[in-house]
Design a protein around this ligand. Structure first.
Ligand code: PMV
Length: 330
């Protein structure tokens, strides 16, 4: 029997080793493995109810009706669940984020992880985390990682149906008490979305193939650095991989330049701090925000120095967080 109302909460995740390329765009299958950290304070909470009397799916985001584009994206995702469950009724979806959406802050990851868990359960599907991860991936590739807490490896998989393109936990949220500071430099929506950007890079960047070929080794080395709690090695791998992905983006035709002037100022400041002995490194996704990985001993000093950088709007302090959680009831 379907549960009537189910609420799920999922946290964003940030890739330490990036996903930028698909082996199958229709099923959202990644071309390579990636490795991320799920973080505790950037969250989406989503309540789903199956409502036979509705004439179509309803999607509310942060208390307001979502745009038609957003509603259609959610509705297409709900179709996957309707197909699997045999249920044909419309659903009401109410989501709230603790942070701005579509600004390179990984909102689609927490959004689709929470939606997958809440909608599957409210449609009566009893899925384990691996099945939820494969489902969430079809909404957004990185959402497959937010189903799990802590450090998570996303497998590209080899199956054509994508059943093995799922997240796998490398270490849980209690393994290593790092912080990820998210330095926001612009909270408007990003210019080119990740799906469009990845395809554009695949078709036009001369560096795309080289990036894809290097990803398996990068993920293996990063998983070792996480298991050994080796901060120096992790920072080296993380920054190199971020810059390699942005080299692919920038070398696409026309180039995808997600950075602004404050992004570049932050890169230099992080490197200056590291030269002065602080344990700190950066990564950047498909937007101008800079995510700064820092060990607890360096946290206060790094926060103070980031706040001084010209163009910083806000800093979110995050730490390793849990996987998706759900409960019956609103
Ligand atoms: O999950 P998507 O389709 O939003 O793509 C994520 C792309 C990056 O954030 C740039 C990299 C990553 O691995 O999260």
């Amino acid at each position: 029997m379907p549960e009537s109302v189910v609420t799920a909460t999922a946290c964003a995740n940030f890739a330490l080793i990036k996903y930028w390329g698909k082996r199958d765009p229709a099923l959202n299958l990644p071309a390579t493995d990636s490795l991320s950290l799920t973080v505790n304070t950037l969250k989406t909470t989503t309540t789903v109810s199956v409502e036979p009397e509705l004439t179509g799916d309803v999607f509310q985001l942060n208390g307001m009706s979502a745009s038609e584009g957003q509603r259609l994206r959610v509705s297409r995702f709900l179709d996957l669940i309707r197909r699997q469950s045999g249920l044909s009724h419309p659903m009401r979806v109410e989501s709230t984020n603790t942070f701005p959406d579509s600004a390179g802050l990984a909102s689609s990851a927490s959004a689709f992880a929470a939606l997958a868990a809440a909608a599957a359960r409210s449609a009566g599907l009893d899925m384990d985390r691996t099945a939820l991860s494969a489902l969430a991936r079809q909404g957004s590739g990185s959402a497959a990682r937010s189903v799990f807490g802590g450090f998570v490896r996303m497998q590209a998989g080899t199956e054509t149906d994508g059943t093995d393109a799922v997240g796998v936990q490398v270490a849980d949220e209690n393994h290593w008490p790092l912080h990820m500071l998210v330095a926001v430099t612009d909270d408007s929506s990003k210019m080119v979305g990740s799906t469009e950007g990845m395809e554009h890079s695949r078709k036009t960047s001369p560096f795309y193939e080289a990036f894809i070929e290097g990803q398996d080794n990068a993920v293996l080395a990063c998983a070792d650095a996480v298991r050994d709690r080796d901060m120096e090695k992790l920072i080296d791998l993380m920054e190199a991989n971020c810059l390699a992905m942005h080299a692919v983006m920038i070398s696409s035709r026309p180039g995808l330049l997600y950075w602004n002037a404050a992004t570049v100022r932050l890169i230099h400041e992080v490197r200056r701090m590291r030269r002065s002995g602080l344990a700190v490194g950066f990564t950047i996704d498909a937007g101008p925000q800079v995510k700064v990985l820092v060990s607890p001993e360096s946290l206060d000093a790094v926060k103070d120095r980031l706040m001084m950088v010209d163009g910083i709007l806000n800093i979110y302090d995050t730490a390793p967080g849990p996987g998706v959680q759900w409960s019956v009831g609103s």
